[in-house]
Design a protein around this ligand. Sequence first.
Ligand SMILES: NC(=O)c1ccc[n+]([C@@H]2O[C@H](COP(=O)([O-])OP(=O)(O)OC[C@H]3O[C@@H](n4cnc5c(N)ncnc54)[C@H](O)[C@@H]3O)[C@@H](O)[C@H]2O)c1
Length: 271
Amino acid sequence: MTESLEGKIALVSGGGRAIGAATAKLLAQRGAEVLVSDIATQEAEAVAANICAEGGRAIALSLDVRSEAGWQTVHDYIGSRFPKLDILVNNAAVELFGPSEEITLEEWRAVQAVNVEGVFLGAKTLLPLLKAVHRETPGATSSVINLSSVAGIIGRPDQLAYMSSKGAVRSMSKGLAIEYASKGFNIRVNSVHPGGIETPMLNNVLQYRVEEEIIPAKTLAEAQQLMADYHPLGRLGQPEDIANGVAFLASEASSFMTGTELVIDGGWTAQ
Ligand SMILES: NC(=O)c1ccc[n+]([C@@H]2O[C@H](COP(=O)([O-])OP(=O)(O)OC[C@H]3O[C@@H](n4cnc5c(N)ncnc54)[C@H](O)[C@@H]3O)[C@@H](O)[C@H]2O)c1
């Protein structure tokens, strides 16, 4: 079985930076034509331009994953151009940090709207294009990869809305995997669970912990080192560590995997 993605069409949500950008880049390097989508349109355009400059194929799309109409527009665009989708990476998410008793219902819902509803809407709206892969080439599979987190598996303080959203992504992935398999759609669905990955999302959380004096660190660098110490491998992950896992799940090399969890956390949750 090959890890080549030649001839495949992929969409990455939140592809404008960090894990999403590294994933878009790697999928393109493996041969996929990548739709780099983000609410931050300029960032998505920059990532797509970089991929093209390096000889890959990429198109930037503006997409707020909370918007059903936005997903429909993306569906129509892909449908008019390809018309199938082999790989859907639901990566876009937001983080919220703070004690559970201080989170407002509005804040809670804002997190679920991106992290949970965004994944649901992506899978629901693009399903006809994912199904078209098997219909056009009997036996071929399409792959949905949902970014959850170690926070979707274990408990941590002061992250209730985010953790709940990532637990929902984990369950949703299994539910969709079984539903699609039982209907013979040939669509695999798996979740990816990163540990601490050095990105703006993580750095914002660490900065908050420094400023609120929640952890014994005075600078972001010290906080990063403390975080690295949670990982038995002794370092924070890099976006490319996650992109490698996503590319594997996107490829035929993982063709017997569906409904499972790929934990990429430097050993954090093995302890
Ligand atoms: N960084 C970590 O340590 C870590 C750990 C576990 C899981 N994850 C997960 O990995 C994924 C990527 O995380 P990251 O660290 O690269 O995050 P990030 O905040 O650095 O990047 C997220 C991207 O999503 C985009 N985005 C936010 N809201 C959006 C919306 N409504 N519609 C479309 N795009 C939107 C942002 O513009 C940004 O480009 C997320 O699902 C995150 O929960 C990250």
